[in-house]
Design a protein around this ligand. Structure first.
Ligand code: TEU
Length: 551
C-alpha cells in the first residue's frame, strides 16, 4: 500500500463565505464569522476547507469575478483576518484551500482596465479580443454560460472581448506567457501564506481555442496545467481540485494520473448532468434515475481504480441541496440525508461536504421567477423562454436545480435569521431553520450531524474506506445502491435502499459479509447475506473478513 496523501484520508468542507456566518451584522458572512465556527468544523472532523472566493470583487457573481487577486473583499474582512483564519484553522488541523478563479477576471481588474484602454496597451493580450464580423455583429456565435452572446462590444478599442460567463467577467488569454507567469506568481504568493491548496474554477476552459470553437478540454489545457504544476505546486504538499465539467472517465487520468504532474483530482459533474434535460438542461426538472446515477459513480470508481483519485460530492454552491435533489426532503429527510451521506462517503475518493449538508439543509423554493437572486438564472430565463420553455416549467426547474438553493444562509440555531446574522441576510434564510439547525442537532446522537461526524471518524480508523478496492454490486437494481470495498483480507459491504418504500433485497453472493456494523441509519446489523429486508432509506455497512474462496 502506497503511503496515503493527507488529502486522501481527509474530508473536505466547502464554505460559501457569503452565507456561512456574519460577524458584523451587514447580512453577509465574513472571515471572522468563519473563524468563530472553526471549533464546530474541527468537531465535525473535516481536514480542509474549500473556501469559495474571498478576493476583492465587485460581487457581480458573488466573488467569482475578481478585481484584485492579492486582496480580500472588504465585506469579507482583511488580509490580516485571512492570515488569522489560516493560523486558527491550522491549530485545529484544518487546511484552507483557496478558490482559484483564473479563467476570467472582473472587468474591474487593473489588467482589464489597462487592456481596454486601447489596442496597443501592453495588457491588451491578457484578454481575448476579436474584430467584429462582416455584418458588424459578434465574431462568432459562441454563447455565454450565463445567457446571450459570449462576446461583448468594447467601444474604446473598437473590438469584441470574450466572456464565457457574465459580460463583467472577461476571459483571460492563457496563450500569453506573461499572463501565465503573473498567475503563477500570484499562486505562489498565496501558497507562501500557508494555504493547503486550490480548488480551480472551470479549469478545463483555460486551454480553449476560440477560433475553432473549442472551449472545454482545449488543445493547450494539459500543457498549461503541467506548467502550472512545475511553477507553483511541485514540491509542496498541497491538494488541488480542478473543476472540470467536461471531464470523462476516459480523460480523468490526464488531470490526476500519478505521472502527469497536474492535479490531485477533479470535480466532475456527470452525476449532475445525467439528470438534466436534453433540450433545456437543468431548467427542466427530471425525475431521478437511480440506475443511471449509480452507473456514473461506478464508471468513475472503475476508471480511477489504480491510478488517479476521485472527488466525491453531492452538492456545492452551484447545485441543489443533496437531500432535496437525490433524497426525500419531506417525510424521510433525516434518514435519506444519512443514506446519501453513507453511500457517498464509503466510496473510494475524497468526500466533500457543502456547508449545511451535514445537518440536512434543504432547497428553498420560491413562488415566482422575480424572487430568484442568481445571475445565471436571471440570464438564462429569457433564453429558455425564447426556446419554448414555459414559465411554470422554468420555475419548477429553477426551484429544483437553481443555484440559490444552496446559497441560503447556514442554519446555526432557531433564533431570528437562524443565527447567521443580526442584520438582514443578503439572501433569505430557509423558513425551515427553526426545525433544521446546528444547535438542535449538536447533542442528538440520532441527528444527521451526528451521522456525518461518525462517517468522518470511520475514515480515520479504517484504511479500507480510504484505499479499499471498489466493486459495484446489483448495478441494475432500480432501488438499491450496493457496493463493496476490499483491502488486505477485509471486506466492507454497503447496502442502501434509496426509496421511501420497504423492500427485500437478495445479496449478490460475491458481496456477502459477516462481521460488525460500521454504520447504519436504522438499526445495527452484523451480516449482509441472503435475503435482506430493508426499511425505507435504510443504509447499512458491515465490515468483516473476505469469506473463504472469495465468495
Ligand atoms: O462554475 C462553473 C459553471 O459553469 C457554473 O456556472 C455551472 O456550469 C452552472 O451553474 C451550471 O448551470 C464556476 C463557479 O462554481 C460558479 O459559481 C461561477 O459562477 C462560475 O464558475 C464562473 O466563475
Amino acid at each position: 500500500m502506497e503511503h496515503a496523501a493527507w488529502w486522501q484520508s481527509a474530508v473536505g468542507y466547502q464554505v460559501y463565505p457569503r452565507s456561512f456566518c456574519d460577524s458584523d451584522g451587514d447580512g453577509i458572512g465574513d472571515l471572522p464569522g468563519i473563524i468563530s465556527r472553526l471549533d464546530y468544523l474541527a468537531n465535525l472532523g473535516i481536514g480542509f476547507i474549500w473556501l469559495s472566493p474571498v478576493y476583492a470583487s465587485p460581487m457581480v457573481d458573488n466573488g467569482y469575478d475578481i478585481s484584485n487577486f492579492r486582496d480580500i473583499a472588504p465585506v469579507f474582512g482583511t488580509l490580516q483576518d485571512f492570515d488569522r483564519l489560516v493560523a486558527e484553522a491550522r491549530a485545529r488541523g484544518i487546511g484552507i484551500v483557496m478558490d482559484l478563479v483564473v479563467n476570467h477576471t472582473s472587468d474591474q481588474h487593473a489588467w482589464f482596465q489597462a487592456a481596454r484602454a486601447g489596442r496597443d496597451s501592453p495588457f491588451r493580450d491578457y484578454y481575448v479580443w476579436r474584430d467584429r464580423a462582416a455584418d458588424g455583429g459578434p465574431p462568432t456565435d459562441l454563447k455565454s454560460i450565463f445567457g446571450g452572446s459570449a462576446w461583448a462590444w468594447d467601444e474604446d478599442g473598437g473590438q469584441y472581448y470574450l466572456h464565457l460567463f457574465d459580460r463583467s467577467q472577461p476571459d483571460l488569454n492563457w496563450a500569453n506567457p506573461r499572463l501565465r507567469a503573473e498567475i503563477y506568481a500570484m499562486m505562489n504568493w498565496w501558497l507562501d501564506r500557508g494555504i493547503a491548496g486550490f480548488r480551480m474554477d472551470v479549469i478545463d476552459l483555460i486551454g480553449k481555442d476560440v477560433d475553432h470553437a473549442i472551449i472545454a478540454d482545449g488543445p493547450k489545457l494539459h500543457d498549461y496545467l503541467q506548467e502550472m504544476h512545475r511553477e507553483t505546486l511541485a514540491g509542496r504538499d498541497v491538494v488541488t481540485v480542478g473543476e472540470a465539467w467536461s471531464a470523462r472517465p476516459e480523460t480523468a487520468r490526464l488531470y490526476c494520473g500519478r505521472d502527469r504532474g497536474e492535479l490531485s483530482m477533479v470535480f466532475q459533474f456527470a452525476h449532475v448532468t445525467e439528470g438534466w434535460d436534453a433540450t433545456f438542461g437543468k431548467w427542466r426538472d427530471r425525475p431521478r434515475d437511480l440506475v443511471a446515477l449509480k452507473r456514473v459513480f461506478n464508471d468513475w470508481q472503475r476508471a480511477l481504480a489504480d491510478d488517479g483519485w476521485n472527488s466525491l460530492f453531492w452538492s456545492n454552491h452551484d447545485l441543489p441541496r443533496a437531500v432535496s435533489k437525490y433524497g426525500d426532503d419531506g417525510r424521510w429527510r433525516v434518514r435519506s440525508a444519512k443514506a446519501l451521506a453513507t453511500v457517498l462517503h464509503l466510496m473510494k475518493g475524497t468526500p466533500f461536504i457543502f456547508q449545511g449538508e451535514e445537518i440536512g439543509m434543504t432547497n428553498r423554493p420560491v413562488a415566482q421567477i422575480a424572487d430568484f437572486n442568481d445571475i445565471e438564472l436571471r440570464g438564462q430565463w429569457p433564453q429558455m423562454r425564447a426556446r419554448g420553455l414555459s414559465e411554470a416549467d422554468f420555475l419548477a426547474g429553477a426551484n429544483a436545480n437553481g443555484r440559490d438553493n444552496a446559497r441560503t444562509p447556514m442554519q446555526w440555531d432557531d433564533t431570528p435569521n437562524a443565527g447567521f446574522t443580526t442584520g438582514t441576510p443578503w439572501l433569505a434564510v430557509n423558513p425551515n431553520f427553526r426545525e433544521i439547525n446546528v444547535a438542535a442537532q449538536a447533542g442528538d446522537a440520532s441527528s444527521v450531524l451526528a451521522h456525518y461526524r461518525h462517517l468522518i471518524s470511520l475514515r480515520r480508523r479504517h484504511p479500507v474506506i480510504v484505499h479499499g478496492r471498489f466493486t459495484a454490486l446489483a448495478e441494475d437494481h432500480p432501488a438499491v445502491w450496493a457496493y463493496m470495498r476490499e483491502l488486505d483480507g477485509a471486506r466492507l459491504t454497503l447496502v442502501a435502499n434509496m426509496t421511501g418504500a420497504p423492500l427485500r433485497f437478495v445479496m449478490p453472493a460475491r458481496g456477502v459479509v459477516e462481521g460488525r456494523c460500521l454504520v447504519s441509519n436504522v438499526a445495527a446489523r452484523g451480516a449482509l447475506t441472503g435475503s435482506v429486508e430493508l426499511a425505507p432509506w435504510e443504509a447499512v455497512a458491515v465490515l468483516g473478513p473476505v469469506p473463504p474462496q472469495g465468495t
